[in-house]
Design a protein around this ligand. Structure first.
Ligand SMILES: Nc1nc2c([nH]c(=O)n2[C@@H]2O[C@H](COP(=O)(O)OP(=O)(O)OP(=O)(O)O)[C@@H](O)[C@H]2O)c(=O)[nH]1
Length: 136
């Protein structure tokens, strides 16, 4: 079986809100929402990839805290990906969109209102459950 492409994504939490980013018209999965991140290069580990991608895409500095459950997903006519989420904290930097159409800091329950890339849906659900459990 072909190995899936590893893609990291950052669930960045700051003051109880979470950063979601909307893909641009030009990108594959146009206008869908996602967590910032990207493909892991051979020279780096997953955490290094995430720090690099978030800086490149959004000009933000993050601390990577905890890995959540990876999700294997096959989009039609694309290579299979494994989307690897990490809980992160905002550390610094001013948000500046380099690739995305928009980005928003949302409360965890507001995340459910977005039109997510399909591979992200189980990840959003796991994060919301984790967040709720941590409050109860
Ligand atoms: N960064 C990121 N990528 C995601 C998420 N969800 C999801 O399905 N993806 C997919 O994972 C791949 C990440 O690739 P990338 O961000 O490094 O590069 P890209 O948009 O140029 O992708 P492409 O080369 O497949 O067109 C894309 O195919 C993207 O559609 C997510 O939450 N974050």
């Amino acid at each position: 079986m072909e190995k899936p492409i590893r893609v990291t994504c950052a669930i960045i939490v700051h003051k109880g809100r979470v950063l979601a980013a909307q893909r641009s018209e030009k990108m594959h999965l146009s206008l869908k929402w996602e967590f910032p991140g990207g493909k892991v290069e051979s020279s780096e580990n997953e955490e290094e990839c995430l720090i690099r991608e978030v800086k490149e895409e959004l000009n933000l500095d993050i601390d990577v805290l905890e890995k959540l459950s990876p999700n294997v997903h096959q989009y039609p006519k694309k290579k299979k990906i494994v989307l690897i989420p990490f809980l992160c904290h905002y550390k610094g930097g001013e948000l500046s969109l380099k690739e995305h159409k928009s980005a928003a800091w949302l409360s965890p329950s507001e995340l459910l209102n977005l039109d997510w890339a399909e591979a992200d849906i189980p990840i959003v659900e796991e994060f919301i459950k984790l967040f709720r459990d941590s409050l109860s």
